[in-house]
Design a protein around this ligand. Structure first.
Ligand code: ADP
Length: 400
């Protein structure tokens, strides 16, 4: 009989379904990924993919064509990316009807993401009711934030009545990268003396976190992913009174302000482009708006590095990850310029070298190691799923 060692990782968005089949057997779990892909334009007219059920049937066909159909006995479990776990879900969770009902209750906190995650879980369960379905929440890694970090300075009666607090996102990436950075530097994340790292996840969305001894103690995204760093299309931090001003003085409706701050701000708002490669090209041609967008972006990162250095007290490493963090030597160099006083010394040659694996880009003498650590959220989801389910899988009662 085939051992069940493969985890199907599903990331269901509102209009796309990404999947990876990850083999957790062997000396390097996740080294083998027999299939991966994405089904796009779900629910769009003319796309031929009416809903998430149809999308998962397509995934099933693609997996079957790769010789690993959804009915394969080698499949151990399905690991689902889930965005918002609120205060209810603080770790990977085996999904049953009760869990789905709780996830439904969290929809107001993530109206764009949670419904798609729930749809993905339901259709996967319908297709393979015997398989464990595990939800891995983007917020979970931040559940260890102390209250003085997660609480906003609001009347607790008002805040608590409306579930207003900092939750943080990208947690699966921060968990993976903080551990991988410790491994790269030969440190035990939670070992004696602890390992303190600031993770800078700079993708289209961007967030920073401070991780002490394997536990997250501070993070830049808040109740929603809008807070914190400058992002591709999101403003990040701003004075909340800007919103009242736009409503009163510019006559903007709530939804229009929401769209402005989430979709038409950040890099795209500042210069019209949200792709750092394009911004780099424009800067090389002397484009002033692109230069300003870049400067605002890296200044925000530098401020957070300083703040999180103070939060941690002692920093062992900074770890850059995601599309911009892994690929833009210019952003890393500009964000860390002038931080020698904090013990951060980037090595210009190492920083400029392109590479695909985890690597150190600071000088040998830098008190704070600077690392580039490619994130792997799918592997983290597969690992957490396998660890929860166990090597042999769980025997589940039939769905209620
Ligand atoms: P997402 O948040 O969508 O997962 P990614 O982590 O894939 O985003 O990051 C996407 C962003 O990474 C792009 O918008 C682009 O700005 C940036 N990026 C990708 N490749 C490069 C590169 N070679 N140089 C600079 N920036 C890059």
């Amino acid at each position: 009989m085939t051992a069940a060692t493969r985890v199907l990782v599903l990331n269901s968005g509102s209009s796309s379904l990404k999947y990876q089949l990850i083999d957790m057997a062997g000396p390097v779990p996740g080294a083998r990924r027999p299939a991966r892909g994405v089904v796009e334009r779900i629910g769009e007219p003319g796309s031929g993919v009416a809903d998430h059920a149809a999308a998962l049937r397509t995934v099933g066909e693609e997996l079957a064509a790769a010789g690993h159909g959804l009915d394969s006995p080698g499949l151990l479990a399905v690991g689902h990316r889930a965005v918002h776990g609120g205060t209810r879900f603080t770790g990977p969770t085996l999904v049953d009807n009760g869990v789905l009902a709780e996830m439904e209750k969290l929809v107001p906190l993530a109206p764009l993401h949670n419904p798609a995650n729930i749809a993905g879980i339901r259709v996967a369960r319908d297709l393979r009711p015997d398989l464990p379905q595990v939800a891995v929440f983007d917020t979970a890694f931040h559940a260890t934030l102390p209250e003085h970090a997660w609480r906003y300075a609001l009347d607790p009666a008002v805040a608590d009545a409306h579930a207003i607090r900092r939750y943080g996102f990208h947690g699966t990436s921060h968990a993976y990268v903080s551990r991988a950075a410790a491994e790269l530097l030969g440190r035990d994340p939670a070992g004696p003396g602890g390992f303190n790292v600031i993770v800078l996840h700079l993708g289209n969305g961007a967030s920073a976190s401070a991780v002490a001894g394997g536990r997250c103690v501070e993070t830049s995204m808040g109740m929603t992913p809008l807070e914190g760093l400058v992002m591709g299309t999101r403003s990040g931090d701003l004075d909340p009174a800007v919103i009242f001003h736009l409503a009163r003085e510019a006559g903007m409706a709530t939804d229009a302000i929401d769209t402005l701050l989430n979709k038409r701000s950040g890099l795209v708002g500042l210069c019209g482009d949200n792709d750092m490669r394009e911004i780099g090209r424009r800067i090389a041609e002397g484009d002033e708006r692109a230069r300003l967008a870049f400067d605002v972006y890296v200044h925000r990162i530098r401020k957070y590095v300083g703040a999180y250095t103070a939060v941690l007290g002692r920093v062992d490493a900074l770890a850059f990850t995601a599309g911009v963090g892994e690929n833009s030597a210019a952003v890393r160099a500009a964000a860390l310029r002038g931080l020698e006083g904090l013990g951060v010394e980037l090595d210009p040659v190492r920083n400029a070298l392109r590479g695909s694996g985890p690597r150190v880009v600071s000088t040998p003498g830098s008190a704070v190691a600077v690392a580039v650590v490619p994130t792997d959220e799918e592997l983290e989801i597969a690992t957490q799923t396998r660890d929860l389910v166990g090597e042999r899988g769980l025997s589940l009662p039939p769905p209620q």
